[in-house]
Design a protein around this ligand. Sequence first.
Ligand code: KG4
Ligand code: ZN
Length: 341
Amino acid sequence: MTLLAIETSCDETSVAVVREGTVLSSVVASQIELHAEYGGVVPELAAREHLRNFMPVARTALENAGVQSGVLEAIAATQGPGLPNALMVGLKAAQAMAFALRKPFVGVNHHEAHLYSPWIVGNPPMADFASFQPNVSLIVSGGHTMLVHVESELKHRVLGSTIDDAAGECFDKAAKLIGLPYPGGPEIDQLAGQGNPKAYDFPRPMLRDANDDFSFSGLKTSVRYFIRDNPDVVENLQKLRDLCASVQAAIVEVLVTKTIRAANRLGVNCVTASGGVTCNSALRKALTEACQRKNLTLRLAEKSLCTDNAAMIGILAERKLLHEMATTPLDAEIMPGWALA
Ligand code: KG4
Ligand code: ZN
């Protein structure tokens, strides 16, 4: 089956062509620079930029895959959750293509698609996926932080999620307080590389709570008070690196501890992680070490597949079609608040 997939839920315009679990092409036009001057994603600008980017990105994805639109057998798009106007661009484009080509349309949950991104790379692609279920999957990005129990293919249960800010949001807001440019996650990661993670003590919110939920707004607030009380820290490069390393260590410890605890409790032997924050070098290292200690197999999404992309949308849509799950009506609407259950 050859399938074209579209992702426009936030600030990445992405189109991919997928065939039998293989990603033939995946093109991502990032809007990071557009939103940087506002210090965060501006929804209306994001939607307009998707409109501008969509055709060139789609053309390039088809060209890179060496595929003509006539051979496409299905069209998929993110239906939710996400920014309403941004979602609408990709969803309506996908439905129009499916209508014109007289092919089925599949609307996909963005978070469910993240569950598949760690398995995309492999030889043959997706081959390992079947052997590593059930698993516990951490989805961690600017908009979401959740732990999911993947029981079997297309069957999962959300164990917990953030009750306030997402981990990526905490990275970005802390970075802003420190005076670093948006998006702050990669900036903190880089500076933290030469800092001492034990220099300053920041809270580990909900670390000891007997549930799988997260909370990061208090950590952000403690960074705000710390800078107010210690303004010299951001003026001195080494202290700044130590501050970044200490904030990062707090976020990473919570994410890793709660992920491993859930995996142990549920008796799974595999842990996966995806979403933009999974690019973070300290998180990748800490998860790797923790999984080694606990004899758990770890699958981290490749960095290019951690951030939002249409390849994961296409892979999930193809699995749904292979399992004869119902296709989505051509007049289905966006679902901006579509929570993964
Ligand atoms: O998945 P993503 O591209 O978009 C969504 O939010 O859905 O994730 C973006 C988030 C931002 O908050 C960004 O700061 C964070 O991922 N991020 C990182 C790193 N790279 C991206 N956070 C920490 N360290 C990184 N290396
Ligand atoms: Zn995402």
